[in-house]
Design a protein. Sequence first.
Length: 215
Amino acid sequence: MHPDWQDKIHLYAEDHSSPEPAHLQKVTEFTWKKMINPRQLSGHLQGRFLANLIILKNPKCVLEIGSFTGYSTACLAENLSAEAHIHSIEADSETAYKTQQFWKEYPIMERVAWHIGPALDIIPTLNIKPDFIFVDADKRNYKNYLDLCLPLMPKGGLILFDNTLWSGKVIDENHQKNDADTKNMHEFNKYLGQKTNVSTVLLPLRDGLTMSIKL
């Protein structure tokens, strides 16, 4: 696992959280063996957090922007009510193909509608009003995803953005000024934090997870 978020506190938290279901252990193994950037995997602690949020929120329509190998998708799916559904979007066609092939044998994913392509193009065609959104895709479009999705959501809808601490670089002024990716994430964090139509908290969970609730 990546050392940026696998410190002793994180590992202690994992050890004292509910265990990973077997299918998540298998997709973790698959990801680290078959994918070029396995560190993109959501992981045990964040996955349990997502699964518990689904229990609390009981959403009817979940939108996931950035499927990767479907670890987070499965976490979002495991506690969904029978009438709920998920739309999951992955921009990379090769990754999407591998992901869908892996999950074919798992009934838990039958309610997932997989979409391949740019999320900014796909979302307007779905005709949905998601009440739970998880964003873990191209970071430079985080502001665009927020601006596109927030009007679609009902009051009380929840939207999460992953990697918002950017390996801790967002608190380093040198990185803020000289690293384009860090500057982008820092600017997004400021933009979201200043919005008055959402209640926002940035959690130091793994690589940073920002949760906003539409007011």
